[in-house]
Design a protein around this ligand. Sequence first.
Ligand SMILES: NC(=O)c1ccc[n+]([C@@H]2O[C@H](COP(=O)([O-])OP(=O)(O)OC[C@H]3O[C@@H](n4cnc5c(N)ncnc54)[C@H](OP(=O)(O)O)[C@@H]3O)[C@@H](O)[C@H]2O)c1
Length: 225
Amino acid sequence: MDKMNALIVGGTSGLGLELGLLFAEEYRVFITGRHDPGKGGLSCTILDLSAERRELGSKLDALLASIPSIDLLVYAAGFSQQGLLESVDDAEIAAMTSVGLVAPSMLIQRILRKQNELPALIAVTSTSQWTPRPHEPIYTAVKAGLGMLGNSLSLDPKLGKVLVAAPAGMATPFWRKGGRDVTGMLDAPWVARQIIGQFHGDYRYRFVRILRDPRRVEVGETRRE
Ligand SMILES: NC(=O)c1ccc[n+]([C@@H]2O[C@H](COP(=O)([O-])OP(=O)(O)OC[C@H]3O[C@@H](n4cnc5c(N)ncnc54)[C@H](OP(=O)(O)O)[C@@H]3O)[C@@H](O)[C@H]2O)c1
């Protein structure tokens, strides 16, 4: 039987890459990021999501024109940005809002226009979705926004099912700048397995917190209508 198609935005590293490797058993997996990890079986498109709106729109159009209709979109792209708001410049604010919220909105809009449906969406947020952090004001804002984008879209009949997955700190290249001690953080393969476990099942919307100390999964909400 033909495999279904999954697009993993932010699938070139860390959690997105682990999800890609696991989903490859069920799906033909297309990944995007700014570098190609060279994993056989995952078809990679280089796509920088921090571009200005018009350029971003053209890049997203080109991406969707180059791949078949997708059955599952995983939005896992994100990066760390540390600093009080007054220390972050305009370009950094634009990059964070673009990668975290504008790009997923523009991408899903284009998928719905192209296919008229999106059978499944997984949006990767963070504990920053509900935890205020003075040194991550834009990051926390876009993660809260992405969570609500997924929740609102789950009410659109063109969306089959939506999983919003909010992990705690993970030991991934996310922390490569800044020298954060990642001891005790979650490992991405374990988090990916929890997300896939929570993805399967009959629902329209689910929100899960994937936490540490001790590591565990808490289902915040499941909606079947
Ligand atoms: N690590 C943590 O502690 C943690 C905790 C909670 C939530 N999260 C979230 O989990 C998700 C996965 O993060 P991770 O820990 O797996 O980090 P990661 O290893 O750094 O992976 C991040 C992914 O996002 C892509 N990306 C980043 N900036 C991009 C840009 N400007 N344009 C296009 N793609 C971009 C990266 O592509 P390239 O590598 O090819 O540039 C990579 O594929 C992110 O949404 C992150 O916010 C992380």
